[in-house]
Design a protein around this ligand. Structure first.
Ligand SMILES: [Zn+2]
Ligand SMILES: [Zn+2]
Length: 889
């Protein structure tokens, strides 16, 4: 929908859409900006320009409009105190990893906390009304601005003020009154300083007017009144109108401090630590001037590089000041910002990787590492993590619990970055030769080689980072979680009664509601349909084989083989009990393996996906590295320990909001649950998941779990394959038999080798005896040697290198009409050795060459002595036959 069109319509009737009680009570006047024409409300009758265009824009830098100073955490205390005093419930923040929406990786606004999916619709579920929440939001679109503009963050705290008027909350008048009093009464800002600007919001099929509030050109908050749905002109009022006021906590701190940047008052003691390492006075006049210029110009240019150049010019910054002050300062702000974001994301279970939302996290850590290298800083990241968390833990105690996990992940990820540097250096050299890459080429470089543009700039492969790089990358990876559903024409059909959630009979009768070719819909069924990674039940319906079962919305469709019953028939149905029992054991086992992996490996373990069939199952977990044998063993032992303890597996239904409040978002291991009543499967407090699958009653029913294989299937994801129940016992039996057979084979092989060695020793002793016989003119077979009038050939395994050398040499030196050829195995090759007395008519070199060629190798020597061989053992018989015919004729 065209926002400007809606704004035009709403601003044409301000009394209806914007004129709240506060305005007339206080005497606000409505004005149109002399420059841009936008409408705004002010107590200053002389004001002619909107906050974006005003002369007072950013004049709070160096001269804040309040007498009290509040830093980031203190500012929240003020906000919370104010709203609680005014009958709001203060709610803890929700995770920054958005587990409850399948179209978002990260929480991008406070209102997202309360949006749930119902079928294909977004509905609101508020745990209290009205409420206020300090929601940490992650946004990666403006990454290039972070550290540079003074007010852009990769994560920020959105103060969310939410109210549903029709369920006992308030609407516009009270909302704007509260926001005004928050600024004036609580923070002490003069009434005349506050300006409200008329705007609109639209998204997801709904829209409404909004009032943005500014103080000295800084937008502090935006009160959105989500009121209508449909197309403008044909719109109707929503069943559930919602107030969605979002304000930037960082900006509240900034306006009261008037520091050159918002970073100076929002990162706590970490700034001082960082300033000390580079020796900068953050309060200097130059910085105030420079950052005020940046703030004023930022909205007027598309390219950040241009803004920077202009600010340098206007604030009269020398090259020396730029290199020694501005550049290092920007780097330090970037490090503080990115590290804070990583702490929140990792605490909430995200991992830096090459996939999904992990992209942005890896990018940020690489930017931190790149900045540290570029500025040649000596920083202890662990120490910085501690400083951040110590400062934030008052507002966000959950960060404190995951302190060590955050350190572990960041350390590992940084060492990988160091390892990849050689590769990156080579790539960078190539780029330097080829000339400046395009934005798309830069994205490819990052995606396939992990090379950031910062790194390329650091090594002078590029001169500037294109301003669209981060927004483009973020577009590619922000919201790619989408799935498609295929549909049969099922609209008219009633919901199938799911017996597997009730008595779960393995034999039952049902009525055939509908038949599509070979697919059948019943009024009730115990056949579990494929879903949540669990494979379907098989069995029979009316004597026909069931080969597949799928669920389409609330209707279960059975695919049959060999025929179908008629619509209206009452049919008897049979579920394959053994298959179901095996699948069920495997399903509960995935929950157990998930819990034991988390216990052994760390809090970042989440189910990435799972698959449960009757004879095998797998669980893909989010983990940074391949598993070692000892880790696999520990996970397996831990899992079998849970089986031994025979914990009950409980299934309870909860209202979705209640389940989230009671158990947290860990319940969404298998993804989003698009229903109001959530089925919670819990194994004590070890594992609690929202899950629709079939489960055993007690963990002991599984009897045994064996992990058969693990593999790192992609960056950040490890696959654990396993078997359970009877299949696990079979697996153990097979393994034992396999190793028994292996042992037997080994013994037999050793015996054979020993026998051969003995034979070879014996053969050596036989040399003089055999020589005598051959030289005496005896012919025929002698101990595996074919003799024909002093011409001898053998391929017997009883003879080795030593035998052939000695026998052949001695024979031909004693009688020049004699010749000898031996073929034998030596390690992986087959060798040939040929001796000729000179008058035997045999050419040793020719035979060795020919045989070697057959065996895929080469031979050398002369007419009297030659040898060779090759590795192609499959040609052994052919080589023997050829050699025999060549020498014996
Ligand atoms: Zn204007
Ligand atoms: Zn499950």
């Amino acid at each position: 929908m065209d926002k400007s069109q809606i704004l035009k319509e709403f601003s044409a009737d301000p009394d209806k859409y914007y004129n709240v009680k506060l305005f007339s009570e206080q005497g606000f006047v409505r004005k149109a900006c002399a420059k841009c024409g936008r409408f705004f409300w002010t107590l200053n009758a002389d004001r002619t320009l909107c906050p974006d265009d005003g002369t007072d824009t950013y004049s709070f830098i160096g001269e804040p409009p309040t007498t009290k100073r509040f830093d980031y955490t203190q500012a929240w205390k003020q906000v919370e105190e104010f709203f609680v005093k005014n009958n709001h419930t203060s709610v803890s923040r929700y995770p920054v990893v958005c587990r409850w929406r399948d179209d978002l990786f990260f929480t991008i606004a406070s209102v997202v906390d309360f949006q749930r999916i119902m079928g294909s619709k977004v509905v609101f579920e508020f745990p209290a009304n009205p409420l206020v929440v300090p929601q940490t939001c992650l946004r990666f679109k403006d990454l290039e601005n972070v550290g540079v503009t003074g007010r852009h963050f990769s994560s920020f705290c959105m103060i969310g003020q939410h109210s549903v008027p029709d369920l006992g909350g308030y609407w516009k008048d009270e909302c704007v009154d509260l926001d005004f009093r928050l600024l004036t009464d609580q923070f002490g800002i003069k009434k005349e300083e506050v300006v409200f600007v008329e705007d609109v919001w639209s998204g997801g099929g709904s829209f409404g007017p909004s009032l943005e509030y500014f103080v000295r050109g800084l937008e502090l908050g935006n009160a959105v009144f989500t009121e209508f749905q449909g197309e403008l002109g044909q719109h109707s009022t929503l069943d559930q109108r919602v107030i969605d006021m979002g304000a930037g906590l960082e900006r509240f701190a900034w306006i009261t401090n008037g520091t050159p940047t918002a970073y100076d008052c929002c990162f706590g003691p970490i700034n001082e630590k960082l300033f000390n390492t580079i020796g900068i006075d953050s309060d200097s006049e130059i910085l105030k001037k420079y950052f005020t210029e940046i703030a004023k110009e930022i909205d007027h240019y598309d390219d950040l590089n241009d803004v920077r150049r202009l600010a340098i010019k206007n604030a009269v910054i020398t090259d020396d000041q730029l290199n020694k002050m501005i550049t290092p300062l920007e780097g330090i702000y970037l490090i503080a910002d990115h590290l804070r974001t990583l702490i929140f994301a990792i605490t909430d279970g995200a991992l830096p990787s090459n996939v999904g939302g992990g992209y942005n996290l890896r990018m940020m850590l690489r930017r931190i590492n790149g900045t540290i290298n570029r500025l040649n800083l000596k920083l202890d990241i662990d120490d910085l993590i501690d400083t951040h968390i110590d400062y934030l833990k008052d507002t966000y105690p959950e960060l404190d619990e995951k302190r060590e996990d955050v350190k572990t992940i960041l350390k590992l990820e940084s060492s990988r970055y160091e390892e990849s540097k050689i590769h990156m250096k080579k790539k960078a050299e190539k780029i330097r030769e080829k000339g400046t890459p395009s934005v798309d080429e830069l994205i490819t470089l990052y995606e396939s080689d992990g090379i950031t543009p910062e790194y390329l700039k650091e090594v002078d492969a590029i001169t500037e980072i294109p301003s669209q790089f981060y927004s483009k990358l973020s577009d590619l990876h922000q919201s790619e979680k989408k799935k498609a559903i295929t549909e049969l024409p099922l609209e008219e059909l009633p919901e199938t009664e799911t017996l597997f959630y009730k008595d779960d009979p393995m034999e039952f009768e049902a009525k055939v509601i509908k038949v599509f070719d070979d697919q059948v819909v019943l009024d009730r069924t115990s056949f579990y349909a494929r879903g949540g990674g669990q494979e379907p039940d098989l069995g029979s319906i009316a004597g026909f084989k069931v080969v597949n079962v799928d669920k389409h919305a609330n209707i279960i469709v059975h695919k049959l083989e060999g025929g179908v019953p008629s619509e209206g028939d009452t049919v008897s149905c049979k579920v394959d009990v053994t298959r179901r029992s095996n699948i069920t054991k495997n399903h509960t086992s995935t929950h157990i393996i998930n819990a034991s992996s988390r216990k052994v490996l760390g809090s970042w373990i989440w189910q990435h996906s799972a698959f449960k069939d009757d004879d095998h199952a797998r669980l893909d977990i989010t983990h940074h590295s391949s598993l070692s044998d000892s880790e696999v063993k520990q996970i397996e032992d831990e899992a079998n320990d849970m089986i031994k303890k025979n914990y009950p597996v409980n299934i309870d239904y909860y209202d979705r909001g209640t389940a989230e409040q009671k158990y947290g978002f860990r319940i969404y291991q298998g993804g989003v649950v698009p229903v109001k009543s959530v089925r919670i499967v819990s194994i004590e407090d070890k594992d609690i998941e929202a899950c629709g699958g079939t489960h055993v009653k007690k963990t002991g029913d599984i009897e045994l779990i064996k992990i058969t294989k693990t593999k790192r299937i992609q960056d950040g994801v490890v696959r654990v394959e396993f078997v359970s129940g009877p299949t696990a016992f079979q697996y153990v039996k097979d393994q034992e038999e396999e190793s028994k057979k292996q042992a037997q084979d080994d013994i037999a092989k050793q015996a054979l080798e020993k026998q051969r060695a003995e034979n070879k020793d014996k053969a050596r002793e036989q040399i003089p005896v055999l020589l005598e016989k051959v030289l005496a003119g005896e012919s025929g077979e002698m101990d595996g040697i074919t003799v024909n009038n002093k011409i001898c050939f053998t391929s017997s395994d009883n003879y080795d290198d030593y035998f052939h050398q000695n026998f052949g040499k001695k024979l031909t030196s004693k009688d020049d009409t004699a010749a000898y050829c031996g073929i034998f195995e030596a390690g992986p090759t087959i060798r040939v050795m040929v001796f000729s007395g000179g008058n035997s008519g045999v050419n040793a070199g020719e035979i060795a060459k020919e045989i070697s060629t057959i065996l895929g190798g080469s031979g050398g020597g002369d007419a009297k002595f030659a040898q060779g061989g090759g590795k192609d053992t499959s040609k052994k018989e052919q080589a023997i036959a050829k050699a025999k015919s060549m020498i014996l004729g």
